[in-house]
Write a protein of this length. Structure first.
Length: 250
């Protein structure tokens, strides 16, 4: 049984598992605020047993919150560490707002670059290359391995954030994830070329290939520059493809 101001293993496990629901009731007003509040609720109940004080603390988690979901376990760990210090009057309650207003959005940008634009793309391209090469079991093993690594990263950073609090932010900075994201993107480019080589139709007519590339570039220009409705363009493309297929068959 935990005592006021302390968090036992059961509370920490419940908190960590709730970080997987950070996207719960995502909305345009607070973005991931509800998911963050859900994750913080078990710890705040212990740290602030007085209902009146806890209602005041909840206001800190009703403001906008949005970051890459892979970073939420780390941030929740940091927030719990700070709340523990705040509850013992070792930190002023303003320190949490200062951290949320700076670190959260910085990590969001890092997460979008490293995870969204790098690692998950590597995962997808690596799986596609293995499947195209007929290595289904290797693709499954790769997915299982990376899934395990991802969850180990979430758990490890949650523990890091809770144990070290603000000091954990310095450790994260030394990982140099921005430059690692650039390196991974170079590898992704090589995997994309490999995928093209694996799936390239050997008997494709050069004129058909040129027409297909021109169509894709034209659609991209129409969506990006002319602001045309992409769903409408995709529908027109499907209709045109079916029309030419009908002419060829007939």
């Amino acid at each position: 049984m935990s005592t006021p101001g302390s968090l036992d293993a059961k509370i920490l496990i419940r908190t960590f598992l709730r970080t997987y629901f950070v996207g719960a009731t995502f909305n345009t007003r607070g973005l991931q605020t509800v998911g963050l509040a859900l994750a913080m609720e078990p710890g705040l109940k212990v740290l602030y047993p007085d209902p009146g004080e806890r209602r005041r603390v909840w206001k800190r988690y009703l403001k906008i919150y949005n970051t890459h979901p892979f970073w939420t376990p780390f941030l929740v760990g940091v927030f719990l560490a700070l709340e523990s210090r705040i509850a013992r009057k070792q930190f002023p309650d303003t320190v949490l707002d200062q951290v949320k207003s700076t670190v959260v959005f910085t990590l969001s940008a890092v997460g979008d670059s490293f995870f969204g634009g790098g690692l998950t793309v590597l995962w997808a391209l690596g799986t596609a290359c293995l499947l195209a090469a007929g290595q289904s079991w290797a693709a499954f093993c790769l997915g299982f391995f990376l899934f395990a690594v991802l969850n180990a990263f979430k758990l490890g950073t949650f523990i890091l954030g809770y144990r070290h609090g603000l000091a954990a932010l310095t450790r994260i900075r030394t990982w140099d994830l921005v430059n690692w994201a650039r390196r991974i993107k170079v590898l992704n480019a090589a995997l994309l070329v490999m995928l093209w080589a694996l799936v390239w139709p050997k008997d494709m007519n050069p004129a058909v290939w040129t027409g297909g590339v021109a169509a894709v570039l034209g659609l991209a220009y129409a969506v990006g520059r002319l602001r045309l409705n992409r769903e409408l363009l995709v529908g027109l493309g499907i209709v045109a493809g079916l029309f030419f297929l009908w002419i060829r068959v007939s």
